[in-house]
Design a protein around this ligand. Sequence first.
Ligand SMILES: Cc1cc2nc3c(=O)[nH]c(=O)nc-3n(C[C@H](O)[C@H](O)[C@H](O)COP(=O)(O)O)c2cc1C
Length: 337
Amino acid sequence: MAGIMDAELVIAAAQGGALGSLPCAMLTAEKAREQVNIIRQQVSAPLNMNYFCHKAVEPDPAGEAGWRQRLAAYYKEFGVDPAAPVNVANRAPFDVAMCEIVEELKPEVVSFHFGLPDRALLKRVKAAGCLVMSSATIVKEAIWLEENGADVIIAQGAEAGGHRGMFLTEDISEQPGTFALLPQVVDAVKVPVIAAGGIADGRGIAAAFALGAAGVQIGTAYLRCPESRVSAPARAALSQALDDSTVITNVMTGRPARGVVNRVMREVGPISADAPAFPHAATGLAPLKAAAEKVGRVDFTNLWAGQAVRLGREMPAAELTRALAGAALARMGQLAG
Ligand SMILES: Cc1cc2nc3c(=O)[nH]c(=O)nc-3n(C[C@H](O)[C@H](O)[C@H](O)COP(=O)(O)O)c2cc1C
């Protein structure tokens, strides 16, 4: 979960028995190495490094200026200078520098969002002995991933928090929910399938296994663990969120992602044709986010979360992981008996 966690949550989840995943999409290669070293000093469990592999778009100064214009009233309200220089968006696709880090650190698993990197890089990741996983949001993507070298497919349903892993479709209205997607992906591919989206307790995990999953990927349920880096105001917003509090939006980054509705999503989105391509929409929002957070507001903060956000609990991640596994086994036992 890029942007809201680091080694500490990976370590705690791994201590509870999960495959901890380090989000590297917003890290430099050096920072990723540093985080992996911290994790390996604490736990000997297998490690997953996670990357984005979107196609980087050419800078579009006119589009970005238009976006800042669209946000002009907010700049005025928060006393932010729209002409002030902004750090460039730092969600970079997997590249040679990151591949070298993977070859050096040899994590047991490397997972990708938005497809797979180009063939040469993927070959190097596999030659380093890493198992490769990637997300599919429709069956066509799952088949493509299997044909192009993924060892494990993550079937990501519409309920999931964060960015849709979609890469062969652009239509969010077409995306099936986890319950419909998962068995169809299981039927379509030979590799193991991990279920993702809306799974937040033992019932959800048992249901995913009943539908053919070989494992589950859980994000939202961990957001309020003390080891996450979710800010205090964002934590408060998440703790009040209900089943109908999330929507899919493109205004926060330029790519569709699910999160709890904030002010800019409500007033400019949730979907806006003015939002520059991923990840550049975030650039125009960055100074506003910083200014609003200073006064304890999450008007421009990503509150990525899935539809099961209300099931999230505030407890240490190792404990949560054990509780989830225990509850799932108990539920499966009840169903079998
Ligand atoms: C806050 C947040 C950040 C996320 N960031 C990433 C990411 O960096 N890479 C990725 O592959 N998936 C990311 N996801 C998606 C998760 O990997 C996963 O598919 C999703 O959390 C599963 O659904 P759930 O949120 O209902 O548990 C993120 C999800 C959330 C909630």
